[in-house]
Structures are given as structure tokens and as C-alpha cells.
Design a protein around this ligand. Structure first.
Ligand code: AMP
Ligand code: ZN
Length: 113
């Protein structure tokens, strides 16, 4: 499959790993939008939030079960952070493999919501 994040998970494209377990992989965004910017992805290919189902949603719960631990690994747990998922065209999604942006390391300022 021609998916850049599947290739990163497989080690075919280099990345800076932050955290990995059987289900998920977390690595630094190549175009950081904050002092700390980590992408957290399921190891299974789920194209977007639209493709989360009752059958595959356990991995999404696992991402959120681990997110505080991943935030701690990059030193942003205590001061806080923002988690963002972009879905589809209007959401601005550019890589069609479900991912959550974890952003922090400064006051992130203006909010959309
Ligand atoms: P989105 O726009 O929500 O689909 O987010 C895709 C993210 O993937 C962007 O923030 C990109 O900077 C990031 N990205 C794309 N290619 C790579 C790569 N090879 N390594 C790390 N991050 C990447
Ligand atoms: Zn993929």
C-alpha cells in the first residue's frame, strides 16, 4: 500500500520515534507547528476518522490511554497540550492514515473551539 505512515511504521521511511508498542507508533512531525509536535498513529491502516468502526476502535481508545504517557515522554504533560485530528478535505487532512497531532511546549494561543 502506498501510504507514507505505513512505510514509517514499517521502518521503510525514517522517523524520530517517541513511543511504540504493539498497537501504536508515535513520532515527531517533520514540519513541527509547536516546540513539541508528535504524531500518534495506529499500526493498522485506518484511513481517517471516518473509517473508525466498532470493530477497529480499540486502537483509538489505546491511543488515548497512552497519550498522557507520550506527552510525558516529550515533557509536556504537566503544562498541557492540544490533540488534533484533521479529517478529510475540509478538515485539511493531507495523509490518509489516521493520526492524532499532539502539540505543546508553549501556550498554543488562539483556539478554534
Ligand atoms: P494532516 O495534515 O493532519 O494530514 O497531518 C499530516 C502531518 O504529517 C503533517 O503535519 C506533516 O508535517 C506530517 N508528515 C508528513 N510526512 C512526514 C514524515 N515523513 N515524517 C514526519 N511527519 C510527516
Ligand atoms: Zn497507512
Amino acid at each position: 500500500m502506498d501510504c507514507i505512515f505505513c512505510k514509517i511504521i514499517a521502518g521503510e521511511i525514517p522517523s524520530t520515534k517517541v513511543y511504540e508498542d504493539d498497537l501504536i507508533y508515535a513520532f515527531r512531525d517533520i514540519n513541527a507547528q509547536a516546540p513539541e509536535h508528535v504524531l500518534i498513529v495506529p499500526k493498522t491502516h485506518i484511513a481517517s476518522a471516518n473509517e473508525i468502526t466498532a470493530e477497529n476502535c480499540a486502537v483509538v481508545a489505546h491511543i488515548f490511554a497512552k497519550i498522557g504517557e507520550i506527552a510525558a515522554l516529550v515533557g509536556i504533560k504537566d503544562d498541557g497540550y492540544r490533540i488534533i485530528n484533521n479529517c478529510g478535505k475540509n478538515g485539511g487532512q493531507t495523509v490518509m492514515h489516521l493520526h492524532f497531532h499532539l502539540l505543546g511546549g508553549k501556550d498554543l494561543g488562539e483556539k478554534l473551539v
